[in-house]
Design a protein around this ligand. Structure first.
Ligand code: NAD
Length: 340
């Protein structure tokens, strides 16, 4: 366990269990150099405890990198609640988790993530103020989509020489909270869309409302396009999928898109510009962090523009150093977090 913590330079790992509600939770606090650790809470079934812990640690690390490059006074953390096979009272389970967060005295602030909702955050909020994305604070997804949209502009400028998105061909994998909002923004400026989703209803909606071209789930990654925007699950860019890509750039919302850092090098070798996921999808984090501090929507929107500036900076470094944008982003984040 300590070796795993050392490898990712994790500050602390907290565990709690509560037989009365079925709570089994892990909170990973990666780095608090710039402020309290902020990161979502997953509520998922895991094959074993080690996978839950690994997930929490890996995600906490990427939250530190994301917050640092987004210029937030916030550290990185993540919580994982192992979803029980049966839960008698979901509200009571999340209230127990709220008590766990409160016991950390503000070193960790939680938020919505896979498997959790604003209603769950409301239950947590009954026991601690160190929680964001409650129903009062609202869904961060539209802000994530706004950041990705701005990031696509920066990526188009760097790779294609123009940030005019009219006529740009964009393939979107996943039309959920972020993907659909992104599709709407792209459609509004005249981009042509190719879309897929596990839910045929979402695809049909995009076809009817946005004139999108439907693509089967298996064919989406190989769709000829200017920008591929992964907005579904992570890990989709790997040694098997990269050779089949037919895009000029990859710029989308999904977390942990690259199976490993070498995949970033493969994209670079193929001339495909990659927008590092934790840079381009930071809009949701910016929203929850600043909203939690009571900042106005005007301030939040202004801060979102830092995403495209940061991407432009990363692309310029990558070109000058002949390194992949993914490696450049990691180096910049590590310099900010550790001064090395
Ligand atoms: P969501 O669950 O609302 O939507 C995901 C969609 O992707 C679903 O409609 C699902 O059916 C579809 N999907 C999953 N796998 C697919 C596949 N192989 N092919 C086609 N469609 C597929 O999630 P979301 O909130 O929109 O988030 C999307 C991604 O962005 C996730 O990876 C998430 O971690 C990341 N992200 C989200 C936010 C946010 O604010 N919501 C912030 C940062 C990162």
């Amino acid at each position: 366990m300590f070796a795993m913590m050392e490898d990712s330079r994790l500050e602390a790992l907290h565990f709690a269990q509560d037989p009365a509600t079925g709570l089994k939770a892990v909170i990973a606090i990666h780095n608090t150099r710039f402020g309290p650790a902020l990161g979502g809470c997953r509520y998922l079934a895991y094959p074993d405890e080690q996978s839950a812990i690994r997930d929490a640690i890996g995600l906490a690390q990427s939250m530190s990198y994301k917050a640092a490059l987004a210029g937030l006074e916030q550290g990185g953390g993540k919580a994982v609640i192992v979803r029980p096979a049966h839960v008698a009272n979901r509200g009571a389970l999340f209230e127990a988790f709220g008590r766990m967060i409160e016991s950390l005295g503000g070193r960790y602030i939680t938020a919505v993530d896979s498997g959790t909702s604003s209603a769950d955050m409301d239950c947590i909020a009954q026991h601690t103020r160190h929680v964001t994305s409650t129903t009062r604070e609202g869904d961060p997804s539209p802000h994530t989509a706004m950041g990705v949209f701005a990031g696509i502009r920066a990526t188009a400028l760097a790779r294609l020489g123009s940030d005019d998105l009219n006529g740009l061909r964009v393939a979107i994998q996943g039309l959920g909270h972020v993907g659909y909002a992104l599709a709407e923004q792209l459609h509004a400026v005249g981009a042509e869309l190719w879309v897929s989703d596990l839910d045929g209803g979402r695809v049909q909606l995009a076809v009817e409302q946005l004139g999108a071209h439907p693509v089967s789930r298996d064919a989406l990654l190989a769709t000829p396009c200017d920008i591929l925007a992964p907005c579904g699950l992570g890990g989709i860019l790997n040694a098997e999928t990269v050779p089949g890509l037919r895009c000029a750039a990859v710029a989308g919302a999904a977390n942990t898109q690259l199976a490993d850092a070498d995949v970033g090098d493969s994209l670079q070798a193929r001339g495909i510009l990659y927008a590092p996921d934790y840079v381009i999808n930071a809009g949701g984090l910016i929203y929850v962090a600043l909203r939690h501090r009571g900042e106005s929507l005007t301030t939040i929107t202004a801060h979102l523009s830092k995403i495209s500036q940061r991407l432009a900076e990363i692309y310029a470094h990558a070109q000058a150093d002949r390194r992949s944008p993914a490696r450049v982003a990691d180096s910049l984040a590590e310099r900010l977090l550790y001064g090395s």
